[in-house]
Design a protein. Structure first.
Lengths: 130, 143
């Protein structure tokens, strides 16, 4: 369905997801979860395509591994870990609050998730580059 | 794949799903969760575990972050690893495509278009899992 069709159907156009007007912190976390989720689904299929190189034998795979060990790809690996951490930990918060648990602590949960994401990203960066 | 659900908590006009903005939920009676919401929560929690195992075992503990061809084949041939990777594939496909479906519903997809998209999502999920399992089995058979 096109953006026009979605608007006609009464939905919210994706361009409004990042509209800051009248938004709460929880809404931003929700939008972030959606964007990281869509990015991770796209990565899932990219990952399957890359893994299909294994079907072409050792030379093809090991050549690809050599390319992926370049710094730019390692940086993308850290970005991937960050995306997984954001989506996973914020998703856990959404699941808890959405299930009626710790509803009155949702902001503290968001801060805790943010700190954990930072730590995971730091560990991933150190493990990857140091 | 279930339809008319809001697995990640958006409203999208569906009466029985948690609100988009969870700050709105404070002090209010919680809406009753749908089966698909619970399935998305359970698959999400399972993914936290499986993805952590996958990232640590496949990348973090491996020299250079990626295994060579021979190492990948030997790794996948381990029945426990094969089972974990197969479960990860199944779970991530479900969770991911149900999430995309939820986003489309939240954007206002309704009626015939919704049914077509639901069918496409189901088909894509089946193709993804079948191809992924075939890929895993093919790699494992090369040892």
């Amino acid at each position: 369905m096109t953006g026009k069709g979605l608007r006609a159907a009464g939905g919210r156009h994706p361009s409004r997801w990042l509209d800051p007007r009248g938004r709460h912190l929880g809404t931003w976390a929700f939008v972030l979860n959606r964007l990281t989720g869509l990015g991770l689904v796209a990565y899932l299929y990219l990952h399957l395509i890359v893994l299909s190189t294994l079907l072409r034998g050792p030379d093809a795979w090991d050549g690809l591994v050599a390319v992926f060990r370049r710094p730019v790809f390692l940086a993308l690996d850290v970005l991937l870990v960050l995306g997984l951490a954001v989506h996973g930990l914020n998703g856990l918060r959404v699941a808890l609050v959405g299930s009626g648990l710790l509803v009155d602590r949702h902001k503290a949960l968001l801060v805790a998730a943010g700190i954990l994401v930072g730590l995971v990203g730091l560990v991933a960066a150190v493990r990857t580059f140091v | 794949m279930a339809t008319r659900t809001r697995p990640d908590g958006g409203s999208g006009g569906l009466k029985d799903s948690p609100p988009v903005d969870f700050t709105q939920a404070v002090g209010r009676r919680q809406p009753r969760p749908t089966v698909a919401w619970l399935a998305q929560v359970v698959s999400g929690v399972l993914l936290l575990v499986l993805m952590t195992v996958h990232m640590v075992a496949q990348h973090f503990v491996v020299e250079g972050g990626l295994r060579t061809y021979q190492d990948v084949v030997a790794w996948i041939r381990n029945p426990v690893v094969f089972a974990i990777e197969a479960l990860l594939l199944l779970t991530v496909t479900w969770h991911g495509l149900a999430g995309v479906h939820a986003v489309l519903l939240d954007l206002g997809l309704r009626g015939r278009a919704e049914r077509v998209v639901a069918r496409v999502m189901r088909g894509l999920a089946v193709v993804t899992v079948v191809y992924g399992l075939w890929l895993l089995a093919t790699i494992a058979s090369r040892g």
